[in-house]
Write a protein that binds this ligand. Sequence first.
Ligand code: NCD
Length: 360
Amino acid sequence: MSFRHLIDFGDLTRGEWDELYARSAEIVKDPAAFQEACKGKVSCNLFYEPSTRTNFSFQTAMLRLGGSVFGFADPNSSSVAKGETLKDTIKMVSGYADVIVMRNPWEGAAKAASLYSNVPVVNAGDGGHMHPTQTMADLTTITQLRGKVDGLSVGLCGDLKNGRTVHSLIKALAKFKDIKFYLIAPRELAIPDYMRSFMKENGMWSVEVTGLDPVIPQLDVLYMTRIQKERFLDPLAYERNKGIYILTRHKLERAKPDMLVMHPLPRVDEITQDVDDDPRAVYFQQARFGMFARMALLSDLANQPRMEDREMGPVEIGRHPVCTNPRCITQSEHYLPPLVRTIGGVDCCAFCDAPLASFS
Ligand code: NCD
């Protein structure tokens, strides 16, 4: 594979995804054939935020490939608690590991880490922004269970504003043909503007609705999400929106007989327990496919040669953060360079994708 870091699924080409998927499919068929693919390699897993599936599946993926893992699941157990910058932590651990897997509450943190890392960096979730390896799990699940992704009607339901899994999945589905999106969210939790611009720029078919029931019969995939309590700046807004969508067995009666019910998990109350026994509920399989997809990724990235500092060159020092998004990594790590990228003709922060003028 020709990419070095996995920060945003949008950075992959369709060909690169097809290659990754082909390897995941081989691993699903015969995991034992890959048990030495990362022999002697070491992964550093830095989890600044809680995680069950992502951290455990990355760990087990590396162990099943014959490699080993170190890191933290609580930043307070490391020098982060003493005030160490992200840059310094990354410079240190990239001297010890062959690949870094990082989850961080700041949007754009993985991109920032990639500027200073001598080894590949994988974004395991950066705030409410992106989560590309969950998308690898999602696409692997859809392809394994439905045979293809092209032509599907996909309902994304819940917190589409703060749900990073949704943003990554939309970016990925732009690489497929004839996808129809039903974006099901209360107005307060609709997809962010940068995602709307992205969909427009890519000519993607979508409708935004507030009700799940009217659209459920149209869907081939229903992707439920949790209302992301930890991302709400206003606790009252969370209270207004919690429990807003609850998928029950009764509601599923109107859905297609082969619709997939997916969820990145953890669930709170958005899918009732009685849905678990419906054959359309595939969220636990989805979590297992995630491990195989991560094995495919690590088997490539952990085997890439380390880059020495002189090969990487200096990174410009930032003087003023150009981005005013309060959740952007540039707000906490002030040395970061002011990087800009254009999305749908609009200048955006290259770390968090927020339009540069939007918060001023
Ligand atoms: C998701 C995440 O962390 O964004 N979980 C996961 O990685 N499987 C979804 C969530 O927390 O709601």
